[in-house]
Design a protein around this ligand. Sequence first.
Ligand code: DCS
Length: 511
Amino acid sequence: MIRSLIRTTKTSCVQLNQRNIRYSSTKHGKVLNVNTMHPLIKNVEYAVRGALPIRAEALSAQLKKDPSKLNFDKVVFCNIGNPQQLNQKPITFFRQVASLCENPELLKAENRGLVSKLYPADAIARAELLMKNIGSIGAYTHSKGITHIRENVAKFIERRDGYPAEPENIYLTQGASEGVQKVIQLLTHNTKSGIMIPIPQYPLYSATLSLVDAAPVPYYLNEKEDWGLDPAELKRSVTEARKNGVNVCALVIINPGNPTGQCLSEENIREIIRFCHEERIVLLADEVYQTNIYQPERRPFHSLKKVLMSMGPEYSEQELFSFHSTSKGMVGECGRRGGYFECVNIDPEIMDQVYKISSISLCPNVHGQIMVDLMTNPPVEGDESYPQYRAEMDAIFQSLSRRAIKLAKCFNNLEGVTCNEAEGAMYLFPQITLPPKAIEAAKEKKMTADSFYALSMLDSTGVCVIPGSGFGQEPGTYHFRSTFLPEEHLFDGFCAGLQDFHKSFMDKYRD
Ligand code: DCS
């Protein structure tokens, strides 16, 4: 049949081509497939939304369909620092203002009587002020974000640090993630461009470096010293990378740490700054957990900007990008995608380039920008909404502190498990000594031993944690990361479930 078509007219050849295309599309499948796609994207790994959470979603769907087949009645998502997913209540004032901005009809004079019954006067006044500066939240804003909000961010930084901040150096972003990705893009050229990242790290960094095909330069945090950061380890890491021809251009500090929960001392931060200054390395300070501080006397939060400024004119060229977010702290508005980064001591020509890349995506979403305004400029003493705001923030904070301690205690009581207490952030990262039989069983299933443990936990309890290999860990050690976000009234049951699972897992694989 095909041969006869070839022998016929030109039109037949077209027919043949069309047939061939159709034929090939059924034989070989889609044009865009995992072999034709960009290999860098294929290689990216991001465990926080990886295999375990995908299985957890499937179990969740199964529970809705036929709960009788599972040993638990709900999946608990401890894989992600997403407080409102686990029923943390949003801050009332923030939602009041956001809702008024969303529906400006409510701000019209004719509706004032009704609206005043539902909303406190300071929420109405804040919404009016924002709307005066925004216009409509359905319009694109300045690519850096709304000027009025950047001014509030600058004032917040000044109050926090006691040093001036410039609204022009602040970019509002869709969560901290977008800012981090932009800055990493800006800093790296090729496979020889290196960025130092902590191990364990939050996989945004390894994933972004993988996407831009640049080199992660790992430095290890010291688990025995509460996940402390040793400057000698920084030196080892940079020396080794440079010996291998890597051009180390930046260092990422996650403070407080994710997944490790440590909070750096002021002296330690000074050492890091001295190191970067000496080695000519740009600093990236991920400070999204700056208000999740659980041992404020022993380990208060010090922003890198503040410490840098306190070190005087000798360090006035030390470049720093620092990142913050509305997703964490007691705010927990992850879904609104609010964040900002501040550029400190950055070359003016580079600032133009930052502006250029920011303008490609036009502007950060306005709901997120409003949340940044509220986080950095909340009600203050004397405001009508202050007592409620304070009470809500304190209640969430106290409860997080209690849950952090309770979960660490629970982990430390498990056979073969050791866990540092959280000084900050939302996670614990216990180390687990797994019996050789469990390691063998994992190998048979072609899994890392920590994934095997985490998967067994998910399948028996419905609790989804992330294996340590998703964050990086010292070779030969096994960890997992769990948030301490499950609701407090369910917490004892949650801990008891983990204890039961662990005991039966260890009994099963004991030699
Ligand atoms: N930096 C760190 C250290 C984070 O933990 C996260 C989010 C981000 C940046 C980015 O957050 P936003 O883009 O929402 O501002 N943490 C992820 C995690 O480990 N669990 O939840 C999300």
